[in-house]
Design a protein around this ligand. Structure first.
Ligand SMILES: [Zn+2]
Length: 136
């Protein structure tokens, strides 16, 4: 069963460093082993299906079939290794102070987003370890 955690993180502008950082609320989803297997099998099944469909595409099937076939193993292993994920959220833009949607992504130390309203290039730092979360 997956577990959701909510975090309040700082949002800063990548273009205008002098702007005061604002806050965003994002949700981290933690997958257990059975869900990671399920996610990996979904990815594997989709790409294997695409490999079989590609058999019927003239000429391109020489490239598409091996690419989808190899990709199904590589991306399924990548999906199996994904223990946490940024489910997205909402934040306040430091420039126009409107709310923007934080896009879902991998749980990496630094994510970037654009403001939905003024298209400002925004940067958010995610807490990557529980020690960092405890100290913040
Ligand atoms: Zn904005």
């Amino acid at each position: 069963m997956s577990v959701n955690h909510e975090y309040i993180i700082l949002v800063s502008s990548r273009d205008n460093r002098e702007l005061t950082p604002t806050n965003a609320t994002i949700t981290r989803i933690d997958f257990d082993k059975s869900e990671r297997i399920k996610n990996a099998l979904k990815t594997f099944g989709f790409l294997i299906t695409m490999a079989f469909i590609s058999i019927f595409v003239p000429i391109l099937h020489f490239v598409l079939v091996p690419a989808f076939f190899l990709g199904s193993f590589i991306f399924a292993m990548d999906k199996f290794g994904e223990k946490t994920r940024n489910k997205g959220g909402q934040g306040e833009c430091p420039k126009c102070h409107q709310h923007f949607k934080v896009q879902p992504s991998k749980w990496v130390p630094r994510i970037t987003n654009n403001c939905d309203h003024c298209h400002e290039d925004l940067e958010m730092l995610l807490p990557v370890s529980d020690e960092l979360i405890a100290n913040s």
